[in-house]
Design a binder for this molecule. Structure first.
Ligand SMILES: Cc1cc2nc3c(=O)[nH]c(=O)nc-3n(C[C@H](O)[C@H](O)[C@H](O)COP(=O)(O)OP(=O)(O)OC[C@H]3O[C@@H](n4cnc5c(N)ncnc54)[C@H](O)[C@@H]3O)c2cc1C
Length: 381
């Protein structure tokens, strides 16, 4: 067993940090915070110029493919810095599905543009009445010759107001088992019949509700076979369940350490006791994330290990944010919009931000169900 990363990965981490120091300007950071939109086309272009969009993909350009540990470090550093990568991350999830089950024409249309950072895709799974039980979606696609007519609503379509496409989960067979009548499409968001309305969330993140009314979608935009959307969707959900959340905990711990040093309270026993606790938790969260990377690198699918990692790191973040806010006291609650806020309001933001992490990408209850079934071998419920 070896817990070391090699020198090349350590050097690569320094390269990513140097990139962020140059490209993630205070103005861009402020724009992301104030707008609640984790996407910036110019920043994504900079990433693409380095070959860091789809970094682990085999590619036909001048960039070399990063190994899984370099990709791990890249995502960790970008996430910790709160770089605007959410839209390009959801785009990569969908690009993976297209690469797996899309037609050759769709691959040719989307994948090279994805690697150049020229295309963005929002996730359109959740609906106002359907979240965890995603196979229950009601958005309907009816066949009409070589095109489809789509009607319905999607909820929490994050970045849907700035992306080019929505990855749309639809019901194509209203009768029969619900998992067997689903079909996926890639749908342009700037076409007649689509209306995108803002939804603002507790953390300040902007997401959307998308209304679809008699939207015409040519059959060439279908992803995979008709009524075969469920297994294809699993490719995307598996990626989502393995997303790293420990960098958010690391950022919070750094902020509280900065507060401790600035105020001279870093040597107090209570402060040190809590740091010991959360540093240990952070280490476990990182190791669980590294394990999912190791499994993927070795051709294994982290069916239960991804959810274990997501569950542990997001619930730890929620508890750490509460505990460290209590430690710092009421001053921790002043927001970044107050120029004199402690550590630029990062503790207060972590407290609000943490709650959503235990909901999106599968709630904690759903992660526990997956672990019980696939990790412990309990019967499906
Ligand atoms: C900030 C934010 C951004 C999001 N972005 C996107 C996005 O871009 N695209 C997208 O498609 N979706 C997005 N979502 C939606 C997210 O995936 C759903 O909110 C999530 O899947 C939960 O669905 P729900 O809100 O309908 O809750 P429900 O599924 O109605 O769940 C309500 C409660 O019941 C529990 N529960 C449900 N089923 C079970 C069960 N079988 N066993 C035990 N407990 C259960 C849940 O854990 C939860 O506590 C986003 C959500 C948020 C908050």
């Amino acid at each position: 067993m070896n817990f070391d990363v090699d020198d090349a990965v350590t050097e690569f981490r320094a390269e990513v940090r140097a990139f962020l120091a140059q490209e993630l300007s205070p103005e861009l950071d402020e724009q992301v915070y104030r707008s609640g939109v984790s996407h910036d086309a110019a920043f994504v272009r900079r990433l693409a110029e380095r070959g860091w969009v789809g970094p682990g993909w085999e590619r036909g350009d001048d960039h070399h493919k990063l190994d899984p540990y370099e990709v791990h470090v890249l995502v960790e550093e970008l996430t910790k810095a709160e770089a605007p990568i959410y839209a390009i991350s959801t785009t990569e999830m969908v690009a993976n599905v297209i690469r797996g089950v899309g037609s050759e024409a769709l691959k040719a249309e989307i994948l090279p543009r994805f690697l150049r950072g020229e295309v963005t895709i929002a996730l359109g799974m959740t609906e106002p009445e359907v979240g965890s039980d995603v196979a229950g979606v009601r958005t309907r696609a009816r066949r009409d010759g070589d095109r489809w007519i789509v009607d319905g609503q999607k909820m929490f379509t994050t970045n849907g107001h700035v992306t080019d496409y929505i990855f749309l989960l639809t019901r194509t067979r209203p009768d029969g088992p619900k998992h067997a009548g689903l079909t996926l499409f890639l749908v342009r968001l700037d076409q007649p019949g689509i209306e995108v309305q803002a939804v603002y969330t507790l953390s300040g993140e902007r997401t959307n509700i998308v209304f679809l009314s008699e939207v015409v979608v040519e059959d060439r935009w279908r992803i995979g076979d008709v009524d075969a959307g469920w297994p294809a969707l699993m490719i995307a959900l598996q990626d989502e369940h393995s997303a790293p959340f420990s960098p958010h905990l690391a950022r919070l711990i750094d902020a509280v350490e900065e507060w401790g040093r600035d105020t001279g309270r870093i040597d107090e026993p209570d402060v040190r006791e809590r740091f010991g606790r959360w540093a240990t938790t952070l280490e476990v969260a990182r190791l669980l994330e590294l394990r999912t990377t190791w499994m993927s690198a070795n051709g294994q699918v982290p069916v239960a290990e991804g959810p274990m990692s997501k569950l542990f790191s997001t619930e730890s973040l929620v508890h750490a944010a509460e505990d460290l806010t209590e430690l710092v006291g009421p001053d921790a609650l002043r927001s970044r919009l107050d120029p004199t806020a402690l550590v630029a309001g990062r503790i207060e933001h972590a407290l609000r931000f943490s709650l959503g992490t235990a909901i999106y990408a599968g709630t904690s209850e759903i992660q526990r169900n997956i672990i019980a079934q696939h990790g412990c071998g309990l019967p499906r419920k």
